[in-house]
Design a protein around this ligand. Structure first.
Ligand code: NDP
Ligand code: HSE
Length: 449
């Protein structure tokens, strides 16, 4: 038995993830000590309610509600409380008292990451956060370390388990959004307030974290364009399926080159979250259930794909404990912290600068000249048509014979070539106001083809 140096580990939070971290730390302590080169003594676990039921049996004597006292003298502080406060203040307190910090708190990192990393730099400590994006999937370390010698061009990821679970069941079973959301909540995938998932906030936080690492730039949450999945319905699912696509909520982080005078290199970055059409033969299309996957394209490495459980207590605990081992090794070795590289300092481009392909679904009057009018508006807007498909929704003969409502209705689904988002959005506005379009049914970006 090696007589390792002993490190004091304080755990803040014993919910879905924290309770599993504590249980594994206690169960595999000897093995972890061999890997870390230090004995990891769990000295206390902070909770709100000492008597709340826990997912695992934890020694009652370790539970406390006094976070400040527990942090004093700790070598490693694991923050798994979630939310902004008191997590932010407690992490700053931990860093300032010389502890290294491990956290899975994407909400905090996406909004106050720069402050925490600066504080860590000041005192030569480190903040580890593998669990903060895509749960159990190792993606933070690959971006921060393994790809540090490369130039990441693009990240396209399914980074929210709840929305992937919902969209997958809508696609495969024809289920309705509201019914599947209730199931996702019952299965524990969704956040306490599921709007964080379905409105894309959770994915946007993860996009800010991934883009910051990939582009060596501090990307604030406000720079991430965000759209959720609450408008996705079976009409959109059918149109996607018919055209050979599946709808996924994607986080896309991209290096843009060209017209960016503000950057000395002529480069900017884009970070965005939205439901998009993904070709059914793309690797991301086969990510089912609550799983996550992150597709990375780098200049030298080419295409890389990271796949696995994006949520779940015990799965996420794996990522947390990997960080604890790293933190312990660093704590023993001493020297400067791992630090964050943000020197590239690239500007974030507004969504209007982004270019992608689109699928536009329109309900129109079914009469002579309508398609020509639609095509003319697209042409004027510099949006080039790649495919067009028309289906008659209501034939002329079936219309009531009121004088103002004698024509039939048709649905036109237009696939575009690559277009600039601003041009596309202006064009869709003009289509809506054209008098021939009864309803813009949906506008979805196409990614990954
Ligand atoms: P939970 O809500 O399940 O657990 C939070 C824990 O923190 C509870 O034990 C709670 O105490 C404690 N806590 C919260 N606020 C306070 C406070 N003010 N004072 C003292 N204790 C407090 O969260 P999760 O375990 O799901 O998530 C933890 C973190 O990990 C979050 O940042 C989350 O975003 C992140 N994460 C979660 C994933 C998941 O799948 N769940 C995946 C990836 C990241 P009590 O039990 O007494 O209420
Ligand atoms: N609610 C989140 C999800 C948990 O569904 O992905 C993991 O961050």
């Amino acid at each position: 038995m090696i007589d390792y140096r002993r490190l004091r580990v304080a755990l803040l939070g014993a919910g879905s993830v924290g309770s599993q971290v504590a249980a594994l730390l206690l169960k595999h302590g000897d093995e972890l000590a061999d890997r870390a080169g230090a004995a990891l003594d769990l000295v206390g676990i902070v909770v709100r309610d000492l008597d709340a039921p826990r997912d695992t049996d934890l020694p009652r004597e370790l539970l406390t509600t006094d976070a400040e006292s527990l942090i004093v003298g700790a070598d490693i502080v694991i923050e798994l409380m979630g939310g902004i406060e008191p997590a932010r203040t407690l992490i700053l307190q931990a860093l300032n008292s010389g502890a290294d910090v491990v956290t899975g708190n994407k909400a905090l990192l996406a909004t106050h990451g720069a402050e925490l990393f600066d504080a860590a730099d000041q005192v030569g400590a480190s903040v580890y956060y593998e669990a903060a994006a895509a749960g159990a999937i190792p993606i933070i370390r690959p971006l921060r370390d393994s790809l540090a010698g490369d130039r990441v061009q693009r990240i396209m990821g399914i980074v929210n388990g709840t929305t992937n679970y919902i969209l997958d069941r809508m696609d495969r079973e024809g289920a309705e959004f509201a019914d599947v959301l209730a199931d996702a909540q019952a299965l524990g995938y969704a956040e306490a307030d599921p709007s964080g998932d379905v409105e894309g906030y959770d994915a946007a936080q993860k996009a800010a974290i991934l883009a910051s690492l990939a582009f060596h730039t501090s990307v604030p949450l406000e720079a991430v364009h965000r759209e959720g999945i609450t408008d996705v319905d079976q009409v959109m699912m059918d149109a996607a399926r018919h055209a050979g696509y599946v709808i996924k909520l994607l986080a896309v982080c991209e290096r843009l080159t060209g017209e960016f005078d503000v950057s000395p290199t002529g480069e900017a970055i884009s970070a965005r979250v939205y439901p998009a059409l993904v070709p059914r033969d793309h690797p991301l299309a086969s990510v089912h259930g609550a799983n996550n996957a992150v597709f990375v394209q780098a200049e030298a490495a080419g295409d890389l794909m990271f796949y696995g459980a994006g949520a779940g207590g015990v799965q996420t605990a794996s990522a947390v404990l990997g960080d604890v081992v790293s933190a312990a090794r660093r704590h023993i070795a001493g020297g400067v912290g791992v630090g964050e590289s943000t020197r590239a300092n690239l500007p974030a481009a507004p969504i209007g600068h982004v270019t992608t392909r689109y699928q536009i679904s329109l309900d129109v009057d079914d009469r002579p000249g309508v398609l020509a009018t639609v095509a003319g508006i697209l042409s004027e807007g510099r949006v080039s048509i790649a495919t067009v498909e028309q289906t008659v929704l209501v034939a002329d003969a079936a219309r009531p014979q009121a004088a103002d409502d004698r024509v039939g209705r048709a649905r036109i689904i237009i696939g575009t070539h690559t277009a600039r988002e601003q041009d596309l959005s202006d064009t869709v506005d003009r289509l809506g106001a054209s008098g021939v379009v009864r309803r813009v049914v949906s506008v979805l970006r196409v990614e990954g083809d």
